[in-house]
Ligand binder design. Sequence first.
Ligand code: NAP
Length: 239
Amino acid sequence: MHIKNKTIIITGASKGIGKTLALELAEFSCNLVLIARSENELLEIQASILNAKKSNCSIFVGDISDLSFLDLVVSKTIEKFKQIDFLINNAGIGTFGSIQKYTEEEFCTLFDTNVKGSFFLSQKVLPFMKNAKSGHIITLISDVGKRVFDTGALYCGTKYAQEGFTSAMRMEVRPFNIKISNIYSGLVDSDFHATKKGSKEQGNWLKTEDMAKSIIFVMNQPKNVVIDELMIHPIFQEY
Ligand SMILES: NC(=O)c1ccc[n+]([C@@H]2O[C@H](COP(=O)([O-])OP(=O)(O)OC[C@H]3O[C@@H](n4cnc5c(N)ncnc54)[C@H](OP(=O)(O)O)[C@@H]3O)[C@@H](O)[C@H]2O)c1
């Protein structure tokens, strides 16, 4: 297992894909560093991981678009665990509708969360990965980082931006033996959408467990193997 004893930062770990991934990774004796804005949810997840006594778990409550918060996360993680082996850029929000409806504030909130957060956290962990000549950054983009839909002008814009910077970053850091993997998923049954997690409407969507298992598969490849891109959909969804 390449993830055993490794230090793994997960953004957006309070619910959805990030939470399920954290709980599944906790089975593998890792040092987990979980980030989100919801303190109670993170405390509950941390307690359940620590009670199981298989993995370490630190939590950081804050907004990933706040660069001083990101500095704190990275410096405290290095202080405690000495190295950062994996960064999972997962935190993200969506809003959908005609391009006519968006305010500047909505535009900035979406770009700050989806793009600024993942861009600058990647920037801040990379020096430690370069120094160690190893590391793996995995970004939860979306299939709409490669294709668009008519009410997706703003959301697709943020996901294409993530696709752009991570792909350029891949070329830049590959000589340092650092892996960059992007996950492009279709519909996932989480609280991300207007309809509710577990509702009839989301019944045949991917489960967060399907996503967690796929991400762990990407993480768990041998040293000489990198899965650059993973496209994943529920079988009913056209692509
Ligand atoms: N669900 C889908 O169908 C789908 C499909 C393709 C791609 N994705 C992508 O997958 C990722 C995870 O989605 P999900 O379905 O798991 O969504 P989710 O259930 O809504 O969870 C989103 C997570 O992001 C965190 N978050 C949001 N804004 C944040 C901020 N400013 N600072 C820190 N944390 C923040 C949330 O925590 P707090 O609210 O506690 O901060 C939460 O833990 C997103 O990047 C999304 O774009 C989702």
